[in-house]
Design a protein around this ligand. Structure first.
Ligand SMILES: [Cu+2]
Length: 204
């Protein structure tokens, strides 16, 4: 192998490493939103969104459900916020989620939604809404717990302030994202340094 092709190989492998780490980071990316009670329901919990290769996985975990065995519809709605929904001005259902069935006062569901973080966190308003027991088959019951899906930048500062107050909080919400962007930059830099070293050796 000549010098030029060795250098190209080193550069290409550094680039490939950075790309692979970058995509692992994007796919492992996860955000936890806090579901807070609507209309004095006492229902709260979390919605954990994880970007996967085949969509966004949404895991709902609820506490304070009023009645064992009751099924609660859940959706991601668009074009409005939790505040709008609580004021009776909710937006349309964008993505249906698996219903949560109360087991005692807690309940969980896992859904995979055909969307991306870019869409959900792109700036248009979305909110995760868990509904009360359906009593009228013609009507969607009101929400009992809600979480706004806020944009990436707003969410980053929210999670920064959440970790700042983590010592005071029993259960701080966290970003559970896998590999950090810093790791990717460092891996890329290490690759470039290696390529530079090889080049110097070969041209000395
Ligand atoms: Cu809904």
């Amino acid at each position: 192998m000549n010098r030029r092709s060795m250098m190209v190989t080193a550069l290409a492998s550094a680039l490939l490493t950075a790309l692979m780490l970058g995509s692992a980071w994007a796919q492992g990316s996860s955000k936890t939103l806090e579901l807070t009670p609507s209309r004095g329901s006492g229902v709260s919990g979390t919605a954990t969104l994880t970007e996967t290769g085949g969509g966004v996985e949404v895991v709902l975990e609820l506490q304070g459900l009023p009645k064992d065995g009751v099924e609660h519809m859940a959706h991601i709605h668009s074009d409005a916020t939790c505040a709008d929904d609580r004021a009776g001005q909710g937006g349309p259902v964008e993505f249906p989620l698996q219903s949560v069935v109360a087991q005692g006062s807690t309940g969980t569901s896992t859904s995979t939604v055909d969307t991306t973080f870019d869409e959900l966190f792109g700036g248009e308003p979305y909110y995760v809404n868990v509904h009360a027991e359906q009593t009228d088959p013609e009507a969607v019951p009101p929400g009992v717990a809600c979480a706004d899906v806020v944009s990436m930048s707003a969410s980053a500062s929210a999670s920064a302030s959440a970790s700042a107050s983590a010592s005071a909080s029993a259960e701080p919400l966290s970003d559970t994202g896998g590999i950090s962007p810093l790791t990717i930059v460092l891996a890329g830099a290490a690759g470039l340094v290696t390529a530079g070293y090889l080049l110097r050796r070969l041209t000395a």
